[in-house]
Design a protein around this ligand. Structure first.
Ligand code: ADP
Ligand code: MG
Length: 421
């Protein structure tokens, strides 16, 4: 995939409209709003500094939250402009509309190297509607468009797909790195390529699960997602969480798990040439308890799924909340030999210490390999942070849904206009 690169020739002395993703978590203390995690802001700094050095006039546009096409004062980008100015030392001015009178006035007075942050794109219903007039209006503010919002590249919104129709369009540095990293996973991963999927929402992950299972040498399943596989294989899962299909259009995920097991049951793991395990693995034991919020150690029981469980009155109450010690051991041994690892989704309810061992052990095992390691998923990143291993991954993708869609083998609508013709 050949992205159009950001170069001096493209931007020197020009007006540059940059789509960023400043959809960051905010802390509210009365009327005071502050940024509680600036990862996404910092990710745009390389591009912004480059544009400043080239003497560009920089206009930043972003969404924040879900204001549904209306002005919602709590979702204003003003506190973010303040943060960029005060904490990241950028000459940023906030503009209280997006393409309106205030914008035209600010753009007219803008000096080279100066930065404008326009108000929340999603205060305008035209943003989600991919409205052509809105696209033209925003495009008319600049000479060049840069997309530095990979995490929004799966959305066919005005600021992602509309504006590039009217301006020469380029890939921001962070977007280009993300595309390069994810492309490497699916095109030429160093083998064995191990995919580890967990977490709660299989609906978000089913595309990537199917696509990556084809490409990987080993797929290790954990978290609540594993319950679909256990159920498909006829194990009793009691009150364990399985995501319900929410609409008629949705697949039945236990059925999806069943067909994946069926499809790959003769694919064998590539380890020491051959060991007789199927490439798609799910837990052989679990940690279970009646409630995920329990703090009583005695409530957490290890259930060995290779033995039949007695159907006692007590077991009826159980939920499977983590992978068990045997599963941990098996997964760790396989991970140790990996050439490439992609991990998305915690192995259990790691927020509760009683069900955190699986996630902790897997995080540690991954970061102790010499493999090329990519971590994705909001809660997985929080878990890695919690266990102090985040910095030990080769790459951490904060792009969530966009990354999963890319790893489903799909061309993202926001990437298409950035490709070299
Ligand atoms: P990510 O944000 O990394 O993509 P998800 O949002 O899919 O991950 O899922 C993360 C959540 O899944 C965690 O907060 C965790 O508590 C929950 N989870 C993991 N395993 C289980 C389980 N066995 N039962 C219920 N919830 C689980
Ligand atoms: Mg999540």
């Amino acid at each position: 995939m050949n992205l159009r690169k950001l170069t001096s020739t493209a931007v020197r002395g020009k007006r540059v409209l940059v789509r960023v993703d400043f959809n960051v978590p905010l802390d509210k203390d009365g009327s005071k709003v502050t940024v509680s995690d600036d990862t996404r802001l910092k990710a745009t700094l390389d591009t912004i500094h480059f544009l400043q050095e080239e003497g560009s006039r920089i206009i930043l546009i972003s969404h924040l939250g879900r204001p549904k096409g209306e002005v919602v004062p709590e979702l204003s980008l003003e506190p973010i402009a303040k943060y960029l100015h005060e904490k990241l030392n950028l000459p940023v001015s906030f503009v209280p509309d997006c393409g309106g009178k205030a914008t035209l006035e600010a753009v007219k007075n803008q000096q080279p190297g100066e930065i404008l942050l326009l108000e929340n794109l999603r205060f305008y219903p035209e943003e989600k509607a991919n409205d052509e007039e809105f696209a033209k209006k925003l495009a008319s503010l600049a000479d060049v468009y840069v997309n530095e919002a990979f995490s929004s590249a799966h959305r066919s919104h005005t600021s992602i797909v509309g504006i590039p129709k009217f301006l020469p369009s380029f890939a921001g540095f962070a977007l280009a790195t993300e595309v390069r990293t994810l492309t490497k996973l699916i095109s030429k991963p160093k083998k064995p390529f191990i995919v580890i999927l967990g977490g709660a929402k299989i609906s978000d992950k089913v595309g990537a699960l199917k696509y990556l299972t084809d490409l990987a040498d080993i797929v290790l399943i954990g978290g609540a997602i594993a319950n679909n596989f256990l159920s498909a294989e006829g194990f009793e899962i009691y009150r364990s969480f399985v995501e319900e299909s929410s609409t008629k259009m949705d697949a039945d995920y236990v059925e999806v798990a069943r067909s994946l097991i069926e499809e790959h049951k003769t694919d064998r793991i590539l380890k020491d040439n051959y060991i007789p395990l199927p490439k798609l693995l799910y837990p052989i034991d679990v940690v279970a308890a009646p409630e995920l919020s329990t703090t009583n150690k005695a409530d957490a029981k290890i259930i060995d799924l290779s033995h039949d469980m007695a159907d006692t009155n007590e077991s009826v109450q159980l939920q499977y909340l983590d992978i068990g010690p045997k599963t941990r051991q098996l997964y760790i041994e396989l991970i140790a030999n990996a050439g490439t690892i992609f991990w998305n989704g915690p192995m259990g309810v790691w927020e509760n210490e009683l069900f955190s061992e699986g996630t902790k052990a897997i995080a540690k095992a991954i970061t102790e390999t010499n493999a090329y390691t990519v971590l994705g998923g909001g809660d997985t990143i929080s878990a890695a942070n919690h266990f102090h291993v985040e910095h030990k991954f080769t790459y951490v993708s904060a792009a969530g849904g966009a990354a999963l869609k890319f790893l489903s083998g799909k061309m993202l609508p926001g990437i298409l206009p950035l490709l070299e013709k």
